[in-house]
Design a protein around this ligand. Structure first.
Ligand code: MRU
Length: 398
């Protein structure tokens, strides 16, 4: 059974612990649970940064995305099962963030296992189990499997040097995955912001921001970069039923950065497009097939079709770790089915008559023909995606 250890972490000076940047008092679970804060990392510079996930001596610290925006609560996980459960239950979510969390979870698992001085064969077996547990969390985001494969490759490479070497190498690799994700998002922002005109009103779906990554974001990273380039940008955020990532998380993030945002319900997107109030659409991705078909949060496909109908460019921002060139097209992407209660209820309140069936596919696939460009950290690519995606994967890292 996954052990869910819930203790808080300190990131900043005492005032930041107790107040948000507008001086409002925060809620912290280390108060709520009566546990003591750990990992006293005082760093005033991070006050305005969104801290999605972090490796600390006490464990993997995550901002609880189920509780935002009402409460900013951090959990510290001190075993890999806890990290896997956090991914499964969407305390952390978004394809790149899931990948980084998986890498940190595996590093944590190996660190704990190595502390018990096992034989190398015992560690091999335990690591296999850890990888299987992690792989069973969420099926659609390919970043999860990318991270697991990356950690497996490092394990295999350093295994001849013994357990201590494996432990250190996996911790370093998780740190590298974290760092590289932020760097990739920054590069994606620089590459993609040229597509966003000054004064643009940009529609986005779900949350593809700092919260969905190690930091800065993919789709929201491009928007942030456009703002940093001096452009006046405003955002329409689809609320994104059933989980409300747009209403809760995108709105929270953009407000945090002072970027104007208007939340709309998912069924309003066509109305605003037809009225000429949306200039472009930019979304993230959970998996992109070799032909450029894009799996992303349920509802993305409808937005893409509406955008085409209204002559509005539709862009996808995603790191190379989200490409899955092993599958020819989107029909091969596994679509996660989640608990129908997520549809039948909003924040714990039933909205359907009792016993009514509900469907809950978490993602849909947008055919490549709707995608105007895919923005990656290695540049912006266009159709024919079979060629352009293969070319960028063969490029050197930036
Ligand atoms: O179910 P979620 O919240 O994990 O879904 C997230 C999305 O669909 C994002 O758009 C995608 O992962 C890209 S995040 C940079």
């Amino acid at each position: 059974m996954a052990r869910f250890k819930c203790i808080g972490a300190i990131y900043c000076a005492p005032f930041y612990l107790l107040h948000d940047r507008r001086g409002r008092r925060r809620s912290h679970d280390w108060n709520f649970y009566g546990a003591h804060p750990v990992g006293s990392k005082v760093n005033l510079c991070v006050e305005f940064m969104i801290r999605t996930i972090e490796w600390t001596d006490a464990g993997v610290v995550m901002l609880d995305q189920k509780r935002l925006p009402a409460e900013e609560i951090y959990h510290t996980y001190d075993d890999y099962e806890g990290v896997a459960e956090a991914i499964r239950s969407m305390i952390i979510r978004g394809a790149p963030a899931i990948g980084v969390a998986a890498a940190m979870g595996l590093a944590l698992g190996v660190k704990n296992a190595a502390d018990k001085s096992p034989s190398i064969e015992e560690l091999d077996r335990e690591f296999e189990t850890m990888c299987s547990v992690m792989a069973a969390t969420r099926p659609t985001a390919v970043n999860l499997f990318w991270a697991i494969d990356r950690m497996k490759a490092v394990y295999a490479r350093v295994r001849p040097h013994g357990i201590e070497a494996i432990r250190n190498a996996l911790i370093d690799e998780a740190a590298a995955a974290y760092r590289e994700d932020i760097e990739a998002n920054r590069a994606m922002g620089r590459a993609g912001q040229a597509l966003i005109p000054d004064g643009a009103r940009v529609l986005t779906h779900c949350n593809a921001g700092a919260l969905a990554t190690a930091g800065y974001g993919t789709a929201l990273g491009v928007i942030r970069a456009a703002v940093e380039a001096g452009k006046k940008i405003s955002v329409f955020a689809d609320e994104t039923r059933p989980w409300l990532q747009g209403a809760r998380l995108t709105a929270w993030e953009l407000a945090h950065d002072g970027i104007p945002v208007t939340v709309i319900t998912d069924n309003m997107a066509g109305h605003f497009m037809k009225k000429g109030e949306i200039d472009c659409v930019i979304v993230g991705a959970d998996r992109i097939a070799a032909n450029g078909d894009v799996a992303n949060k349920i509802g993305t496909y409808s937005v893409a079709v509406l955008a085409k109908e209204n002559g509005i460019p539709f862009y996808v921002a995603a790191p190379v770790s989200t490409l899955d060139l092993s599958i020819p097209d989107g029909s091969h992407i596994p679509i996660e089915e989640r608990n129908p209660d997520e549809v039948r209820m909003i924040q714990g309140v039933a909205i359907t008559p009792q016993g009514i069936p509900a469907a809950n596919p978490a993602f849909d696939v947008t055919p490549a023909r709707y995608v105007g460009a895919i923005i990656t950290e290695r540049g912006v690519v266009h159709a024919l995606y079979e060629e352009s995606l293969r070319t960028i994967t063969q490029m050197e890292k930036l």
